[in-house]
Design a protein. Sequence first.
Length: 433
Amino acid sequence: MLDRRNIIKARELAVTTLKEVIYNDSFSNEVIALNIKRIDKIDHNFYRQLVYGVLENLYYLDHIIEKLSSIKLKKIDKNIINILRIGIYELKFLNNENYASINEAVKLAKKFNFKSKNFVNAILRNFDRDVEQLSKVNIENVDERYSIQYSVNIEIIKYIKKYYPNYLEIIESFNKVPSFSIRVNTMLISKMDLRRKLELLGFTIRESKISKDSLIVENAFNMTELDEFKNGLFTIQDQASILVSEVLNPSENSKVLDLCAAPGSKSTHLLQIMNDTGMIYSNDISKNKLNKIKENFERLKLKNYKIINFDATEYIEDFEGKFDYILVDAPCSGIGVIKRKPEIKLKKSLDEINALSKIQRNILSNAYKYLKKGGIIVYSTCTIGNIENVDIINKFLNENNDMKIVKINDKDYIQLLPDTDNDGFFICKMVKN
């Protein structure tokens, strides 16, 4: 049973967070990270649950509200519609006391738009009277039904369907709770020793099946507050993301370029693999993200790095033929990490995917010019589908005959698909002959 006295602020903050994400195109994880400090720790999970729960089910919740409201959704005050979304989400998906959830939604309505209190009360009470019937999605067209049922932009559904026979399984995975993985800083501690430390602290740990330097934490909570985190023994990073640097696998004393580095997780891992020898150049287009990259290097106690700031689509003459290894972790649509950023499945379109592919080709073309003969490039994205992945590689190889695929486990590339445990990732390794 939730303590109603302790969650008022969490509910109010969830309303404003949803407004920022849904209507101002902000990223949910970034807004939550900024706002979560404003509420008691005891309410953090409830706040996250409300925000992610609504975003994961947005189309579905709106479909229900449309059945109940005589006012079109576009005409409803943005805060009030978010209060309704939270209320419907609670009544449908959470085991809270229904009367209390409705009453608190009405209280929030009074605070944000007093005259809407009766409207909110009526909608939620009508839904509560007939949850089962009103929850049904009676749409004949299969793709349209899935779009509502799983709250996914229909363009994304058709795009995934084009390439993957198990597209419904992929779409269903978008609403699963993502796994929580950490990367061991093997410069400071062995994986076994870190595992023992965390298990003694009460965490349930299992091995990753994807990357050797990662551990999966089953019951993760307040990980960044642990001394082990503050002292640089580990960093929080998805296991598929960790695999990217392991595939590039730079040798000691190499000169490495990470073209799109923020927040620095892969850069720090690459330097860790080199045992803090050689030099890694960590670049990002956003000046605002450079401090975060530096913080990660410093916390992990790594020294041989330079942080640089330029647009990776623009050619840098001084870098011509200078690097042994280059990572192009390209900006992408992020379909593979929808579990962590559910707003992606609501907003991404095929036009955006095609526009991103042009940026990706440009960055990879520049990376080719910066690479020494005999040097290695890894191209990676946290997305699925051919436009941002296989098509990019095929075009690149056709334009540069001296670049050859380096097989990974006897395959030309790795394409991890989103499922209950993993994010979607694409990784391809190439050498300059």
